[in-house]
Design a protein around this ligand. Structure first.
Ligand SMILES: Nc1ncnc2c1ncn2[C@@H]1O[C@H](COP(=O)(O)OP(=O)(O)OP(=O)(O)O)[C@@H](O)[C@H]1O
Ligand SMILES: [Mg+2]
Length: 235
């Protein structure tokens, strides 16, 4: 068995054109680049929120479309920029995923909230009573309820203030270190990319311009495109 988590081969989807790369287990991959580059489109392909128009994606050496969607989304969880919670209590939201597999036990709620630094008193709160940062943390906890192996994050902190960004980043660091979750993170913040990423992909107009160690991409970019992008983002 290879230690490939994902392998994308000649993928086309809208602006994304002829993209190929592999991602290893336990990798923390950051996808960055200008608006409209195709970052979200690419991310949505990883758990079949969208399917490619051409090309093949492998997950753990098997074609992605051989997994059932519920199984795939349980293992490969997605957290979006805006928290998307269902009406009801925090607990209603947390138990939704596990209940589909008959895997919810009531004492899980406290543990899940622990991952995102919320006390168990929040379990019975209605989601309308939460602040933006708290909603995003509950949204992350809900994805974690499925015990995912991979977390897909699309600008998860871009609508949060500095304090909440720090909290979420701290939660993510812990997950990576203690639960060995792999990350695919789309972000506009190069500071966040530096803090959370081990490898990076720089995209422009649907193409990969550079792919390598995050530190190297930031300190020693090879392409003119990435050099300019970093300059205009004042790195
Ligand atoms: N559902 C859709 N239908 C048609 N075109 C779309 C759809 N979603 C995105 N696009 C187009 O595909 C291109 C890439 O969009 P995408 O959302 O992947 O970019 P992005 O890199 O995530 O940008 P941003 O940084 O602004 O989020 C854009 O030109 C966008 O208009
Ligand atoms: Mg996007």
């Amino acid at each position: 068995m290879s230690n490939h988590l994902f392998e994308l081969s000649q993928i086309n989807k809208r602006v994304v054109s002829n993209v190929s790369f592999t991602m290893k287990e336990k990798e923390r991959l950051v996808i960055f680049g200008p608006s409209g580059a195709g970052k979200s489109t690419l991310l949505h392909l990883f758990n079949r929120m969208e399917d490619p128009d051409a090309g093949v994606i492998y997950y753990k050496d098997k074609e992605l479309n051989t997994y059932s969607i519920p199984t795939l989304r349980k293992e490969v969880g997605l957290v979006l920029q805006e928290p998307h919670l269902f009406p009801g209590t925090v607990e209603d939201n947390l138990k939704f995923g596990p209940s589909l597999f008959d895997e919810w036990s009531p004492n899980q709620g406290e543990k899940l909230l622990g991952y995102v630094n919320l006390s168990k008193e929040y379990l019975n709160k209605d989601v309308t009573e939460l602040s933006g940062g708290q909603r995003q943390r509950v949204s992350l906890a809900r994805t974690l309820a499925n015990n995912p192996e991979v977390l897909l994050l699309d600008e998860p902190t871009s609508s949060l203030d500095e304090q909440n960004i720090e909290l979420i980043e701290h939660d993510l660091q812990r997950l990576v270190e203690e639960e060995h979750v792999s990350l695919v993170l789309v972000t506009h913040s190069m500071q966040q990319a530096k803090r959370l990423g081990t490898t990076g992909i720089y995209m422009e107009e649907g193409k990969i311009k550079e792919h390598g160690q995050m530190e190297k991409l930031l300190s020693d970019p090879e392409t003119e495109e990435l050099k300019q992008f970093l300059q205009s983002n004042s790195i």
